[in-house]
Design a protein around this ligand. Structure first.
Ligand SMILES: [Cu+2]
Length: 154
């Protein structure tokens, strides 16, 4: 049986926790136990149906999210996209989650939207890997995006 000294285990944990910079570390009161605190500065409050206007002028509504609000783990979203004339059909839609504080996204980087009815797009399941502020970028075609900055509390 192998044994590990407490200091060596702690130093390995520290390296792991620090390897994704931007998290605040703090003792939770238990010796040798660390808590990663999610930094959600800049996030908007999640509201089902919340809307963002894309750079190209589409109105993108986050019609439903599971879980709600979005959180660490598997997430599924339904978007409703429209213009002032009505539902926007036939769009190429994908979601690109991005963690601005750490400069990384997910793997795979994007998640396709499938139009299930006029202007309604289901986003394939995506797995949010860590807590904190995420910029959920809805990309429409090329060069048009709407960004939902939301907190994954973890
Ligand atoms: Cu990160």
């Amino acid at each position: 049986m192998r044994t590990f000294s407490v200091p060596s285990v702690l130093s390995v944990l520290s390296v792991l926790l620090w390897s994704c910079s931007g998290d605040e570390l703090g003792l939770d009161g238990t010796p040798g136990s660390y808590v990663v605190t999610a930094d959600c500065t800049g996030a908007e409050t999640f509201v089902e149906g919340m809307e963002v206007t894309s750079t190209g002028g589409y109105i993108v509504a986050l019609a439903s999210a599971s879980p709600a609000p979005p959180d660490v783990g598997d997430n599924t979203w339904t978007l409703q996209i429209r213009t002032t004339d009505g539902p926007a059909t036939g769009l190429e839609v994908r979601l690109r989650p991005w963690m601005p504080l750490h400069g990384h996204g997910l793997s795979p980087a994007t998640y396709a939207g499938t139009e299930v009815s006029d202007g309604t797009y289901d986003i394939e399941m995506f797995d949010v890997i860590m807590p904190g502020l995420w910029e959920f970028k809805v990309e429409i075609g090329e060069g048009d995006e709407a960004v939902f900055p939301l907190c994954a509390a973890g």
